[in-house]
Design a protein around this ligand. Sequence first.
Ligand code: DX5
Ligand code: ZN
Length: 229
Amino acid sequence: MTFSRSIKIAPSILSADFANFGLECEAIEAQGCDWVHVDVMDGHFVPNLTFGPATCAAIRPHIKGVMDVHLMIAPVDPYIDAFAKSGADVITAHLEAGPHIHRTLQAIRGAGAKAGLALNPGTGLEDVAYLLDMVDLVCVMTVNPGFGGQKFIHSQVEKVRALRAMIGDRPIHIEIDGGVTVETAPLVAAAGADVLVAGSAVFKGGSVQNPAPYGENIRAIRAAAQAAQ
Ligand code: DX5
Ligand code: ZN
C-alpha cells in the first residue's frame, strides 16, 4: 500500500449479496473500486451482527487490492491476530470500544496490518491528538455505526476539516463511512477526506449477474469527489 491522497472508493460489502461475497468482491473490483470495506459487527458494540475472521479469510482470495476491515466490536484486542491472519491490510478499531485504544493500535501494527482509528459521530478529536503517531487511517463515521442505508450526519464535515488540519503532512488517510452518495461525497472530499466508504450508493441497481451499475455508481461518486478535492 503506497500512500496517496487521491480519492479512493471503498464499497462496503454490508450492502452486497451475503450468499455471494466472493463474486461480489470480484465484481466491484472489476467495476473499478479501490478498496473493499468489510464491516464486522458483534451485536454488542453495535446493534447488529455480521461475521468474523473466518469470513474475511474466505473472501481474501477474491480481493486483489486492499481489504479494509472495520471492527465494530468490543473488546477488540482478543481478535486482532485472527483478523490480521485473515489477510486484512487495514484493521480499524473504534476509539469508543474500550479504555486502551493506544494498546489496541499498537497491537494492530504489531500484527503487521495498517492501523485505523474510527470515531463515532458523537466523539470529538481531543483524544486523537495523542494517537496520531499510532495510526495510518482515521475513519470519521458519518452515521451511527450498525446499519447501511442511513442518512449522512452533516455536522461531521466540520470534524473532517479540523482533522485534516491536525494531520498536516503525516501520511494518514481520512476515511468517511456512512451515507456517502454523489451529493455528500463532495462535501467530505472538500474537507480533506480521501477514502470514501459507500455501501448502498455503490450496490444500488446492480447484482453479480448485472454488475455494470456498480461501475456507474463508483464512477459517479469518484467524479463528484474529485471535482471538489
Ligand atoms: C455502518 C458501516 C458502513 C455502512 C456504509 O455501520 O460501517 O460501512 O454500512 O453503508 P452506507 O454507505 O449504505 O451508509
Ligand atoms: Zn464501515
